[in-house]
Write a protein that binds this ligand. Structure first.
Ligand code: HEM
Length: 140
């Protein structure tokens, strides 16, 4: 489960970065919001929701959840364990919520510009949050 979560993260980050860059370019160059842009946003939503499920599955099997329950103050007192047991899961969930809000908001927008703007804003914010709380030292 941990390995799947670790490998799936490459796909999540790659597609999320691609979608944000695509939205910023679309906005700057006043492009038409096409089917391709719609599918990119949808694919990012699906891939990140799958990562949420894998992450939740792994979290409750991982030593971090048990350690947090049994020894909360010690886990919270150390920044490495706090990142794995609390900050990473919480911030990733917030990031995925932002992606979900961005997806549903973009559908209600009627102009190409507003659709790209919604993706750039919500998916972009999610990307920044996700990048800020990845346990980089464990991953590489
Ligand atoms: C966009 C969503 C997410 C991304 C990109 C992501 C990415 C990652 C990465 C790259 C690692 C390091 C893997 C490694 O050590 O090889 C990791 C670890 C971990 N993730 Fe996530 N994650 C996401 C969401 C979640 C969620 C929602 C949860 C739980 C609710 C979660 C729980 C964990 C846990 C417990 C670890 C620690 C693994 C360990 O060292 O034992 N992740 N995640």
């Amino acid at each position: 489960m941990k390995d799947i979560h670790s490998y799936w993260a490459y796909i999540v980050l790659a597609i999320l970065i691609f979608t944000v860059v695509n939205a910023i370019i679309g906005l700057q160059q006043k492009k038409k919001f096409t089917d391709k842009d719609f599918r990119l946003g949808l694919f990012t939503l699906i891939v990140s929701h799958l990562q949420l499920l894998i992450g939740l599955g792994w979290y409750f099997m991982s030593p971090w959840y048990k350690a947090l329950k049994d020894n909360g103050s010690e886990i919270m007192g150390d920044k490495t364990t706090r990142l794995l047991a609390v900050e990473h899961p919480t911030v990733m969930i917030i990031g995925i919520i932002l992606i979900t809000i961005g997806w549903s908001k973009h559908k209600k927008k009627t102009t190409d510009r507003a659709k790209f703007k919604t993706f750039a804003l919500f998916y972009g914010l999610a990307l920044l949050l996700i990048l800020s709380r990845i346990p980089w030292n464990n991953w590489f």
